[in-house]
Design a protein around this ligand. Structure first.
Ligand SMILES: CCCCC/C=C\CC/C=C/C=C/C(=O)SCCNC(=O)CCNC(=O)[C@H](O)C(C)(C)COP(=O)(O)OP(=O)(O)OC[C@H]1O[C@@H](n2cnc3c(N)ncnc32)[C@H](O)[C@@H]1OP(=O)(O)O
Ligand SMILES: NC(=O)C1=CN([C@@H]2O[C@H](COP(=O)(O)OP(=O)(O)OC[C@H]3O[C@@H](n4cnc5c(N)ncnc54)[C@H](OP(=O)(O)O)[C@@H]3O)[C@@H](O)[C@H]2O)C=CC1
Length: 331
């Protein structure tokens, strides 16, 4: 009897090993990866009540494209007057016109390279003249590309860390000082990434700079609450944008593997993160400060757990594994 069970178990162990190999080679075994996405449909509408940002001014860096554009569209739809700032004025102006014409609320385009503190100061001057100081600041601008670290030049390192860490610091400090002087409260939000926490090879300048941004925002949450300022962080997982995907997965080779490891079976959408950013920046979240919100469909925990690949083991295979485990006597 024992021999029969062990023989069966041995055969099944081979099947399990071979399906684990198939999984590694082809990314699919047992559960159909991605089929669970139907449980988690993305909703596109603005979640907050209309008018939630009436009489609010919002600055969104990098608001002309990708996730920044989606956040601008949602805030504008909810009543905010928005200022979008980045290097490419033509793109900003096109986005501003498109969003304004859809929502009926003014979106202003202001050119600004966040790496340059003088340009940031001039951008804030321009904003003060256009709208007054903002109630909502979203530090979303970033630069990134995948690259083995041994291929990085000093200027490549400096370029990414200047945009992400110094740029966020320049914008935050310039606005913070003026808001404090004017005794005006505000919500600051930084967009980082899940690997700000874990670190990640091949995007080392970005990982280092985003970790710095998180330290900056957590520190200021503690220090500047007394001035009426809240500081929060959203760590997005993968959400398709041209800016990110063209620099992080230029051939598209990693997309399927990425989706396969996301427990909710799909990428995020710009509208979903825009809703979260709107909530965090709104008065509904006035008690939220110093928060780090991971928004990744479960990717981070999926990458972290050593045994998570056992998702590919089928119920029949589990029966055999359980017999093998129960039949183990002693150590
Ligand atoms: C589906 C699977 C994969 C997708 C995964 C998705 C999500 C996972 C988590 C994602 C996190 C995402 C984080 C992001 O930040 S995405 C945002 C991406 N958007 C951008 O980067 C937009 C802005 N980017 C740019 O403008 C440029 O790319 C820039 C960052 C290079 C800056 O441009 P510029 O100031 O004009 O700089 P350059 O003069 O061109 O270059 C400066 C310096 O860097 C070197 N360099 C540039 N590109 C590379 C490269 N690809 N490899 C190595 N080195 C590079 C360049 O040579 C210069 O150095 P020198 O020494 O030569 O002077
Ligand atoms: N998409 C994703 O999967 C993920 C994105 N993120 C984060 O989300 C945010 C938005 O990224 P995403 O929308 O995907 O990518 P985009 O490339 O579309 O957005 C980056 C924006 O930053 C602006 N920018 C870059 N350099 C500067 C600069 N020196 N000064 C001012 N603005 C600058 C760009 O505008 P311009 O070129 O006009 O300057 C662009 O609008 C980033 O912080 C990114 O790190 C995090 C995790 C995942």
């Amino acid at each position: 009897m024992a021999a029969r069970v062990l023989g069966r178990a041995g055969r099944l162990a081979a099947v399990v090993r071979s399906s684990a190999l198939q999984l590694r080679l082809h990314g699919s075994a047992g559960l159909r990866f991605g089929s669970q996405a139907s449980f988690f449909p993305p909703l596109g509408d603005a979640m907050l009540p209309s008018g939630s940002f009436n009489n609010h001014v919002a600055l969104i860096t990098g608001g002309g494209t990708g996730l920044g554009r989606a956040m601008t569209a949602t805030l504008s739809q909810l009543g905010a007057q928005c200022i979008i700032a980045s290097r490419k004025l033509d793109i900003l102006q096109r986005t501003a016109e498109e969003i304004s014409s859809q929502t009926g609320n003014k979106v202003h385009a202001v050119q600004c390279d966040v790496r340059d503190p003088q340009a940031v100061s001039q951008c804030v001057d321009q904003m003060e003249a256009l709208t007054g100081l903002p109630d909502v600041i979203i530090n979303n601008a970033a630069g990134n590309f995948v690259c083995p670290s041994e291929r990085l030049s000093p200027n490549a390192w400096k370029t990414i860390t200047d945009i992400v860490l110094n740029g966020t610091a320049f914008v935050t400090l310039e606005l913070g000082k003026r808001l404090i002087q004017n005794q005006k409260g505000a919500s600051f939000l930084a967009i980082t990434t899940i690997y700000a926490e874990s670190g990640s090879g091949f995007v080392v300048p970005s990982a280092s700079a985003k970790a710095g941004v998180e330290a900056l925002y957590k520190s200021l949450a503690a220090e500047w609450g007394r001035y009426g300022h809240r500081f929060n962080i959203i760590q997005p997982g993968p959400i398709r944008t041209k800016g990110a995907f063209s620099r992080l997965d230029p051939t598209g080779a990693f997309e399927k593997a990425t989706i396969d490891r996301i427990p909710t079976g799909r990428l995020g959408t710009p509208a979903e993160i825009a809703n979260l950013a709107a909530y965090v920046s709104s008065n509904y979240a006035s008690w939220m400060s110093g928060a780090v919100i991971r928004f990744d469909g479960g990717e981070y925990v999926s990458l972290a757990g050593e045994f998570n690949e056992l998702r590919s083991v089928t119920p029949d295979q589990w029966k055999i594994l359980e017999v093998m485990i129960r039949n183990t006597k002693g150590s």
